[in-house]
Design a protein. Structure first.
Length: 343
């Protein structure tokens, strides 16, 4: 018996919510197969939304970026942590209140759009500090934010992604910049708006008009945990930040419903797998021998992954286990997932 999804994964859902960086595109180029996957969803009349923690672009700018890549998107389909942060502050502060911004111009624009006044200096006595990713953020902005928070300003972080994907590998994300202030202030932000908080996904699900929603992401600590907090199923694709070693060591709140190498898993039952699967299925078997997992057999590589998840996730403490292949097929499966065989 295979641990696969059995039918087209997408047929079980009325809305597909995509993360962007690492799922649809990498910086400014579409990931192979992404344009075709979204076009197929549109052709089938399925609802699509995009939820991103990146606060450096407005929803309209993200929609324009996607459209320019061949993925037609409307601003109302795009949910950003910048817009969500502005809406939160609008609801908490008087109209016209000053907010010190650490981040990109897009975050300032979202604040203006809801009637708030973005400022850059602590001397302007801001009622709040909102901190989002911006490639030009430096010490001076962080210093002003530190002074304002110490003076009593509310501290809002759009998101706490430690890294963001790039063609050169993971680079520091907003979470790394938030960590600078966290260290300086010896405290946590008052509110974190973006994933893994569930707000973006909950908003997308409400807009869909009912039915089941599937979250597709590349990060366990934001996309997958956020989906779980929102009570939604999730698909981890291996095109971005997290790979199979991260998956096997994932804590329970960061374990996806399904895994696929890429977005083909939405449509091809053979290209996605439900995790965990049986430890002995699809031609594979996984046995725990004194803390080392032995993978034996042959079959679809994703079924081997589902079996490995079953045994690895049964450990009392999440950790990447030692794995020993038995036979050439098992060796090939481990190598395809970037796993190193135990000595």
């Amino acid at each position: 018996m295979s641990a696969g999804v059995g039918e087209r994964l997408v047929d079980g859902y009325t809305l597909v919510v995509f993360d962007l960086d690492g799922v649809i595109y990498l910086i400014d180029r579409p990931i192979p197969g992404a344009v075709e996957a979204v076009a197929r969803l549109h052709a089938e009349g399925r609802s699509v939304a995009y939820a991103t923690n990146n606060a450096s672009r407005r929803s309209s700018e993200v929609a324009d970026l996607l459209t320019g890549m061949g993925v037609p998107a409307r601003p109302e389909e795009v949910l950003t942590s910048a817009a969500a942060s502005a809406e939160l502050l609008r609801d908490r502060l008087p109209a016209g209140a000053s907010v010190l911004v650490v981040g990109a111009e897009a975050l300032r624009a979202e604040l203006r759009a809801v009637g708030l006044n973005p400022v850059t200096q602590a001397d302007e006595k801001p009622a709040a500090v909102v901190q989002g990713y911006g490639p030009q953020v430096g010490w001076a902005e962080l210093a002003e934010a530190s002074i304002a928070v110490r003076a009593g300003a509310i501290w809002i972080a759009t998101n706490t992604d430690r890294t963001l994907p790039s063609g050169r590998g993971p680079l520091p994300g907003n979470g790394s910049l938030v960590a600078v202030l966290r260290t300086a202030l010896e405290r946590e932000p008052d509110v974190v708006v973006g994933k893994p908080e569930p707000a973006l996904f909950e908003t997308a699900a409400r807009r869909s008009g009912g039915g089941r929603s599937l979250v597709v992401g590349d990060r366990l600590d934001t996309d997958i945990e956020g989906a779980r907090r929102a009570g939604l199923d999730s698909l981890l694709v291996l095109t971005g930040v997290n790979g199979v070693p991260d998956l096997l060591a994932a804590e329970p709140q960061r374990r996806p419903t399904y895994v696929a190498r890429d977005l083909a898993g939405l449509f091809d039952p053979a290209a996605a797998v439900r995790v965990p699967g049986p430890a002995d299925a699809g031609g594979w078997s996984v046995t725990d021998r004194d803390g080392t997992l032995e993978l034996a057999g042959a079959g679809r590589e994703l079924d081997a992954l589902a079996a490995l998840c079953a045994v690895a996730w049964s450990a009392p403490v999440p950790a990447l286990p030692n794995i020993r292949p038995v036979g050439p097929d098992a060796t090939g499966a481990l190598e395809s997932f970037g796993l190193t065989a135990a000595a």
